[in-house]
Design a binder for this molecule. Structure first.
Ligand SMILES: NC(=O)c1ccc[n+]([C@@H]2O[C@H](COP(=O)([O-])OP(=O)(O)OC[C@H]3O[C@@H](n4cnc5c(N)ncnc54)[C@H](O)[C@@H]3O)[C@@H](O)[C@H]2O)c1
Length: 387
């Protein structure tokens, strides 16, 4: 079995997820890490004392023996770093969202196509048990032909995680519809079997602009704490906040179905609540990880008495148990050409819906159409990146 050496670009924050790639018993070894934070590098070095460390990712990419990199830097760096890694011949695990512009995504796709370096986007929700259960139900045909998808996304930790650091500025994240919603739009595209053709959006910065700010010379830092509620009591927010704290987008899909996504960052509770309605029934999730349920209605009757209830048990591991399977899937793809649940084309299409939803909400709420991709690109990625 061929050995694989891995480098991590970002060893702090979500970069820690990359630590899971270290599987020496299976021939996969982390040999290098890069971060601009000394604390993140120290933590990495403690776990991987033999590994080399860098503060400039380009130095890590110069190591010829590295076959794959895990990129988990802030969103605005994805395009530059992914392209450089693909050009250097590395297989790339790139965190979502793929990039903060549609053009940026297309440049990444074109580079992967031209170089033949493998590209994989970290849409771990495609490994969430509750998402997989809903997909299985929809694919069984029991609720008929899907026409409608809705997602209500309640984010109680919005003020903890997204208004204190780079996430709060359009130049770094574009906006939170894209930052967070890229996951959900991708899930809905996957389950509804089609991509967004056009999108209309509305959104506002309605609450967090009224909270206390940190001074510009204090570094931004997320601060997770359940006591930070209600929202207007919070302080320490970014000096610049130009992203929305709630947003609503409506999308028409290429197959004629329609969907909507609503996101609010100051709810007391958290859940991604999806509903899919077909010509023969409806499916809904109650909870999105841990002990959660999937309800199915196939006959007329009250909402309180679904026809089928699936009770899902908690699965160990990050993000409802999705974080380990997605690493397995990436490594099997790179080493053995395995099929992937995620798709770079789908990742681009979720960015496109998010970017254009933001554009619409900031420019008169007009309909925006998603630009088409080159058919050769689509065919290449649909063929599991084999020419
Ligand atoms: N799939 C998921 O479930 C999931 C969850 C969380 C975050 N993410 C994604 O991971 C990415 C990072 O998010 P985060 O919340 O960890 O952000 P963060 O700011 O907490 O951490 C980012 C890390 O990147 C490092 N970094 C920043 N600039 C760098 C540079 N030029 N070179 C090397 N390292 C650099 C930082 O020091 C930090 O360690 C984002 O794209 C986000 O969307 C995905």
């Amino acid at each position: 079995m061929e050995k694989l050496q891995v480098g991590l670009i970002a060893t702090g924050g979500r970069g820690v997820h990359g630590f899971e790639m270290h599987r020496p018993e299976k021939g996969v070894e982390i040999v290098a890490g890069c971060d601009i934070s000394q604390k993140a590098l120290d933590n990495f070095k403690e776990k991987f004392p033999e590994a080399q460390t860098f503060t400039d990712y380009r130095d890590l990419l110069k190591i010829d023996s590295i076959g794959a990199v895990h990129i988990a830097t802030p969103d605005y760096l994805h395009e530059e770093m992914a392209i450089a890694a693909l050009e250097a011949g590395k297989a790339v695990y790139l965190e979502k969202p793929m990039a903060i512009t549609i053009e940026g995504c297309d440049r990444i796709l074109e580079t992967a196509y031209r170089t033949g370096s493998k590209l994989f986007i970290g849409h771990n929700m495609r490994h969430f048990p509750v998402v997989l259960k809903m997909k299985e139900i929809i694919d069984s045909g029991i609720i008929g032909e899907l026409q409608v998808g809705w997602c209500r996304h309640f984010v109680c930790y919005g003020g903890d995680a997204y208004f204190r650091d780079w996430h709060s500025e359009q130049r770094y994240s574009n906006g939170l519809l894209l930052q967070k919603g890229a996951h959900d739009i991708d899930v809905m595209h996957w389950l509804m079997g089609s991509y967004t053709k056009s999108v209309v959006g509305m959104g506002m910065l309605s609450v967090y602009n009224r909270c206390g700010r940190r001074s510009p010379d204090t570094p931004g830092c997320a601060k997770w704490d359940n006591r930070q509620y209600p929202p207007l009591t919070q302080t320490g927010f970014s000096p610049i906040i130009d992203v929305e704290d709630h947003s609503m987008v409506m999308m028409q899909l290429e197959n004629g179905a329609q969907m909507t996504y609503m996101q609010c960052h100051y709810t007391p509770d958290s859940e991604r609540n999806y509903t899919f309605i077909g010509t023969k029934g409806r499916v809904d999730n109650i909870g999105d990880s841990g002990n959660c349920e999937v309800h199915v209605w196939t006959q007329r009757g009250p909402r309180s008495t679904p026809d089928i209830i699936y009770k899902l048990k908690p699965v160990e591991g990050g993000h409802g148990g999705a974080d380990t399977p997605i690493i397995d899937n990436f490594l099997d793809f790179v080493r053995f050409g395995a099929k992937t649940n995620t798709s770079p084309i789908a990742a681009r299409q979720s960015v496109a819906a998010g970017v254009l939803g933001h554009y619409s909400m900031r420019n008169g709420n007009n309909r925006q159409d998603v630009p088409a991709l080159r058919p050769e690109l689509v065919a290449y990625f649909e063929n599991n990146q084999v020419k």
